[in-house]
Design a protein around this ligand. Sequence first.
Ligand code: COI
Length: 355
Amino acid sequence: STRYASSLPEPYESSEDSGLEDEIEWNNLGFQLMKTDYMYMMKCEKDDEFKQGQLNRYGNIELSPSAAVLNYGQGLFEGIKAYRREGGGVFLFRPQQNAIRMQFGAERMCMPSPSISQFVDAVKQTALANKRWIPPPGKGSLYIRPLLIGSGPVLGLAPAPDYTFLVYASPVGNYFKGGSAPLNLYVEDKFHRAMHGGAGGVKSITNYAPVLKAINKAKDRGFSDVLYLDSATKTNVEEVSSCNVFMVKDNVLSTPESNGNILQGVTRKSIIEIASDMGYKVEERCIPIEELLVADEVFCTGTAVGVAPVGSISYKGKRTEYKMSNQLACLKFYSRLVGIQSGIIEDKKDWVVQI
Ligand code: COI
């Protein structure tokens, strides 16, 4: 609102002297929403294309009570991080991958989607307009959240007549409460995250609210998050509520194969490439839970989560603990990933985009 406008920097105005030093405890960022200055919005009618997006002041949006996203969950989201480097540059990690994933998901959810360049441009604009909110190097990142929603009104079940692409951002640190402590996962065999033919493989908003009940139950018992099994046989590992899962056994890295139920994580994809480059054999395949329980190590990956070692898995009343050490393969993969993101390791793959 214009009431605050005078105290905000203009988008693109360099704001190294952010005025936020006294307001934010950069050392203790968790993963909670912190309202920032600007958000990006772009609209599109059904059967047309997105055009003329713009930055607006961050604030509430107006929606019809009969918006398709509110009534029938026609929506997708994305997550991308912007990092500040020593020396001041700001970088995004593989934003084109998120753009491609949104296009793939939009097709599944009967929505038009922004082009790759519109998506990446919107993410860049949002990061730059909120530059003063990007944490100092090593203290965290600016988490950028693109949304694609059926914003037009419907009553009967049908695709919305119009759509909104929206991008907002918030500074973040560690996703889990315990910081970077190993995760304690609870294997859920009653609730499932995805089913064959469903939308588990795309970043639909409808994949997330249905697992809240399982997450709450696990968190009440002191677990970090929930590991889901496939709904058809209840024997194979799929993923964790907020991230993908990997195991290492005898120098082979394995992760559940993309069978339509597994979210196509950008960090997942990057770790697969990094591990292959480092000489590990990588298998994308069906992983029975019993096999995960005898792995040398288990870890999770995601944009929000990063790479998180798993310390224990509790399944059918039995807790399996994994050996922790600073020699874990996942820590080697993670330090290569962070090295590329922070510029310490040369980015030979064009993964980072300076903005
Ligand atoms: C991400 O890792 O960016 C996600 O979208 C997961 C979400 C549950 C925070």
